[in-house]
Design a protein. Structure first.
Length: 266
């Protein structure tokens, strides 16, 4: 299922959605970095394939099978889904196309964020028996790994704590929603918090197979109490009502501990 330009849009103020239409009816200009997050209807409506790998054309999702001489639809969809939501479900066993190698290849090419875990069970079971289901489940959407972090060991009130954080996204896609990038200090005994946000960083641009290095200085307030502080990375929901809800926070996949308002850098 794909964005339906001709029959209108289904969307909410702050949520991207997916609707149905074969890509041949979609305009030739795919979303790019200049239009990806401009708030327009087209930038907030994604793609859904309800017969992923079911035939050479995914049961009519594509107008013709993909080949060396027919790449337009695949090229369009790969570019478009770099910036919009992509997901779907399998609906028919179709080996070898529906087997692990092609499934992983196309989920990466089209930046899959979600896949129906209930259907088609014969296809999904084949991925389990062939040994790729664990990888697929781990890589759907985004998956951030902390590669390296360096941090200042201490500073006086009014001073600065420098930090450099290297994070790799090993998932198929980037995050769908914008999330403020925040580094915070939390006193280990009293719980006192000092935080700094960098709104120039947009994690929606942290694409799969890319590593991003974020550097900065956490400026300490002049009245910050002396003590021992843990350093945290916080990628919370933009909504004030969800910002402190752990269910809506990004939890990095390694070397970090979920703790209250963020993920502690170890």
């Amino acid at each position: 299922m794909y964005r339906n330009v001709h029959n209108g849009y289904a969307l909410f103020d702050d949520i991207a959605v997916t609707v149905y239409e074969p890509p041949s009816t979609v305009g030739a200009d795919a979303i790019d970095a200049t239009t990806a997050h401009d708030g327009s209807h087209i930038s907030r409506t994604g793609h859904h394939n309800d017969c992923f790998l079911a035939s050479d054309t995914d049961y009519g999702t594509y107008t013709a099978p993909h080949s060396a001489s027919n790449t337009d639809e695949y090229d369009y969809l790969s570019q478009e889904t770099k910036y919009t939501v992509m997901g779907g479900e399998t609906c028919n066993p179709n080996p070898p196309r529906s087997e692990c190698d092609k499934a992983k290849e196309e989920m990466e090419l089209f930046h899959y964020t979600y896949l129906n875990s209930e259907y088609h069970q014969d296809v999904l079971s084949s991925w389990t028996s062939d040994g790729c289901m664990e990888e697929v489940a781990a890589r759907l959407g985004y998956r951030f790994l902390l590669k390296m972090g360096t941090f200042g060991s201490g500073a006086a009130p009014g001073g600065a704590v420098p930090y450099s954080i290297s994070i790799e996204n090993v998932g198929y896609a980037s995050p769908v929603n914008r999330r403020p990038f925040q580094v915070a200090l939390k006193e280990t005994t009293t719980g006192a918090i000092c935080a700094a946000s960098d709104y120039s960083i947009d994690v929606r641009d942290w694409f799969g197979r890319e590593t991003h290095i974020v550097e900065g200085n956490l400026i300490l307030p002049n009245d910050l109490p002396e003590g021992t502080y843990g350093l945290y990375l916080n990628l919370a929901d933009e909504s004030m009502s969800l910002r402190t809800d752990l269910s809506f926070k990004v939890s990095e996949s390694n070397s970090m501990i979920i703790f209250g308002g963020g993920q502690r850098l170890e």
